[in-house]
Design a protein around this ligand. Structure first.
Ligand code: MN3
Length: 212
């Protein structure tokens, strides 16, 4: 399958707007997807409309070659291209809040790299709760399949030439404020129950396969 290029389209949620209740209600998810995420898609397309030479590049190509892009395009593509990439992964990485746990190679790697699921969860929560201002907390796999937790600010992405994202949590206030107001830790606690471990496990297996 060819990778998507300009004009980028708003991808529908892979579930109904109320599928993540009670952790994320339909109102929160509707504003987040239909307004915030859509705005990043629109703004990315508006930027690229002025640069025909960039219109054949995939989102990952754009985000991994920011410094080689025309100077005036770098910041809007970093912010809006990152906004598109991050939100698509975020929405795609969740599912209704019922019983799934890490399995297979990913479950083993979590224990190997963090000591236990519980220790991983504490570190992941700490990264999400302590992120100052707007940004994201990520679980990433490096080229050797080693897992690591990172924070990024604004709509920045990790180094995608080194890391394969497994999943991420949005800690911009717009992700939770309608429902949780200032209670970010409660939102993050709920988010753990939304993780789509099946998809996460597949991403991890792809990350391992890449090095071979
Ligand atoms: Mn967001």
């Amino acid at each position: 399958m060819r990778e998507e290029t300009y004009p980028f389209v708003v991808k529908p949620l892979p579930y109904e707007y109320d599928a993540l209740t009670p952790v994320l209600d339909a109102n929160t998810l509707t504003f987040h997807h239909d307004k915030h995420y859509k705005t990043y898609v629109d703004n990315l397309n508006n930027t690229l409309a002025d640069y025909p030479e960039l219109q054949k590049m995939s989102l990952i190509e754009l985000l991994t070659s920011l410094e080689e892009l025309p100077a005036a395009a770098q910041t809007p593509i970093r912010n809006n291209g990152g906004g598109v990439y991050n939100h698509e992964l975020y929405f795609d990485g969740m599912k209704c809040p019922v019983g799934q746990e890490p399995t297979g190679a990913l479950a083993g790697a979590i224990v190997r790299d963090f000591g236990s699921y519980q220790q991983w969860k504490e570190k992941m929560k700490q990264a999400a709760v302590s992120k100052f201002g707007s940004g994201w907390a990520w679980l990433l796999a490096d080229e050797n399949g080693i897992l690591t937790i990172q924070q990024t600010s604004n709509q920045d992405v990790p180094d995608l030439e080194i890391y394969t994202p497994i999943f991420l949590v949005d800690v911009w206030e717009h992700a939770y404020y309608l429902q949780y107001q200032n209670r970010r830790p409660d939102y993050v606690d709920g988010w753990f129950t939304l993780i789509n471990w099946k998809k996460a496990g597949r991403r991890y297996e792809e990350a391992i396969a890449k090095k071979q």
